[in-house]
Design a protein around this ligand. Structure first.
Ligand code: ZN
Length: 380
């Protein structure tokens, strides 16, 4: 499936404006009426666009509204995280059509084969593409996973098993932060042109991605994806990256105590009571890591993405803390947003990366149009 720039412009207009007639598409995109007609026909053939009944005529030719077809094609989302894979399916209107299904996988060497098997069983004719997200750093030239908490003991994990396993279904792969940024881009149109730093965190996970001029910037190892491995001089268990004191190890259950259960961790993070020194220290270091990233990147907008942002008091504490810790002129200028979203291990968010790649240029981090087994072609 190849979507070209003009077709993308039409899909994007329909996504952001809802139902539009061909002549409205012509006004919005600047394409000639003929070109709009031809591209729409192609998109109808691919099952991406469909006609609604004509609007009541006000004289002249009836206007037939077009919409993104919500049911004929689907995007399969695949999430690969430490010890677990998850699959979900998304319609082109952004609704889940198959609720997420997950599988625990103990051996890290089995993660990709299990994800492949699970994904295969959901690939059907209506599957337009598959989009996979994985924790860690992906080499976009070779498709190798270079450093991942999902497979800390493997030097380089090849994604070719997934690529081969899905046969003809186009596949894109991004890291989980990249997928979250794609979801942000598709659902926050008004902020698309702003340089955005998105920082996501969960228990034992942290990362960041930059969106510049509406496009993802893959960044360098330390600057972008690997914010979780920013180190502080505090005692933590050894990180899989080989160091201790990494932010990912600080913002984690283990940091609060050896037997802290997931629910207790959530409660203590969100409450951060005055007598809970360990939680307060943890949040202080989280604030410092975020503020450092803002001071270096100097974005227009900072998006704090985490399920923990569901708590107003935590969100306020974090936002105010960051504002107090960044350079004064940045404190005035940077817009800080809380985004209550599950980033880690979400197949739904992976599927949104697929939707982003359909609507925007440059989100196809790693398309699989090359033959299985062939050398992966560089795409960026
Ligand atoms: Zn680390």
């Amino acid at each position: 499936m190849m979507i070209d720039t003009s077709q993308r412009a039409i899909l994007r207009s329909l996504w952001f404006h809802g139902a539009l007639s061909r002549s409205e598409l012509h006004d919005l995109t600047g394409m000639t009426p003929n070109a709009v007609g031809n591209e729409v026909l192609q998109l109808q053939r691919l099952g991406l666009v469909k006609e609604l009944g004509p609007k009541p005529s006000t004289g002249g030719r009836p206007q037939i509204p077009l919409i993104l077809d919500p049911s004929s094609r689907r995007i399969l989302g695949i999430s690969i995280e430490p010890g677990r894979v998850e699959i979900a399916e998304l319609g082109l209107n952004g609704d889940l059509t198959v609720a997420p299904i997950s599988k625990m996988v103990e051996a890290e060497g089995r993660l990709l084969p299990t994800a492949t098997r699970l994904a295969r069983s959901y690939c059907v004719r209506r599957t337009l593409m598959a989009a996979a997200s994985i924790t860690g750093l992906i080499d976009h030239l070779t498709g190798s996973i270079l450093l991942s908490s999902s497979a800390p003991h493997q030097n380089q994990l090849s994604t070719s098993v997934l690529l081969k396993g899905l046969d003809d279904v186009p596949l894109i792969i991004g890291n989980d932060l990249h997928a979250a940024a794609g979801r942000w881009a598709v659902t926050h149109r008004s902020q698309l042109q702003e340089d955005t730093l998105l920082i996501a965190f969960d228990d034992g996970r942290m990362g960041a991605v930059m969106v510049i001029n509406g496009r993802p910037n893959h960044g360098c190892i330390i600057g972008a994806n690997e914010l979780g491995h920013t180190r502080f001089p505090v005692q933590t268990p050894m990180c899989y990256c080989g160091q201790s004191g990494c932010m990912e190890r600080i913002f984690s259950r283990e940091f609060l105590g050896a037997d802290v259960a997931p629910a207790e961790f959530t409660n203590r993070v969100q409450a951060a009571a005055a007598d809970d020194g360990k939680s307060i220290e943890m949040i202080k270091l989280l604030i410092m890591a975020c503020a450092n990233a803002v001071n270096f990147v100097r974005p227009s907008r900072l998006v704090l993405a985490s399920r923990f942002m569901a708590s107003n008091s935590f969100s306020q504490r974090l936002t105010n803390g960051i504002r107090e810790s960044v350079l004064p002129h940045l404190a005035e200028r940077v817009q800080i947003d809380s985004w209550d979203i599950k980033v880690a291990g979400s197949a739904e968010t992976a599927a949104w990366l697929g939707l982003a790649s359909l609507l925007f240029e440059s989100w196809e981090s790693y398309p699989s149009t090359v033959a299985a087994g062939a050398q992966h072609a560089p795409v960026m």
